[in-house]
Design a protein around this ligand. Sequence first.
Ligand code: HH2
Length: 266
Amino acid sequence: MGVVNVTPDSFSDGGRLDSAEAAVAHALALEAEGADILDIGGESTRPGAEPVSAEDELRRVLPVLKALRPLTPARLSIDTCKPEVARAAILAGADIWNDVTALRAPGAAEMAASLGCEVVLMHMQGEPRTMQAAPHYEDVLAEVCEYLSHRAERVMAAGVDRDRIWIDPGIGFGKTLAHNLALLAGLERIVALGFPVLLGASRKRFIQAIGPGGADPGERLGGSLAAALAGARAGIAAVRVHDVAATVQALAVQAAIESGGVSPGR
Ligand code: HH2
């Protein structure tokens, strides 16, 4: 899944795609690099980010989705926590509703059921403006598993088919470095919940906290690849990344090593 942020303030690439044309071109470039899913977002969820109105979010994402839909066979995902934005995006051709609040907005689960789209349910403690103030867990892995199972049950009860649900541990969303590492080390337990797992660790701040380097998000490729490979070994279904070409290559080499399937001399 390639990240297409149509926002002025995203943590790693805010303001880069300041027109629908630039966003569409970037999305097509990510597809050419090997992305199967393009995730379009119009509201930053970085720590401290200010909320955006539905009108502003729609003004940012709808032209991109409408222009992109006929140009690519890739699946399109809308990264939003607002049901009205998700609805308009799905009607404009998006296939997946990626929600960092796991469809907790009133009516969101019912809306997803009536739209018939796939959904990504992500774990977050708190909300973006304050989530990094003092994250606290007794057992982060157990609590994230419990939350994701509970949300999946709730969403299924609202009518969403089980095979349309993805889950995501929400790396960096209300988590310290220790919490993020416990989740990355415990991905197999999240995979064992029985839903496809999406992992979003690309360019995140925990990489800088481990170091060396990475003060600038653009300098976190090595750490992002290490996290993607850890995810692949644990059996996750997809990674949400900014650097698609390098990630596709790393995953291909990992898969070839695991299968032993590349013939000698190739
Ligand atoms: N991370 C971000 C945004 N959306 N969605 C899922 N499912 N999982 C994630 O880990 C995830 C996400 C944050 O990254 P980014 O979009 O690059 O930044 P920003 O929120 O500042 O736009």
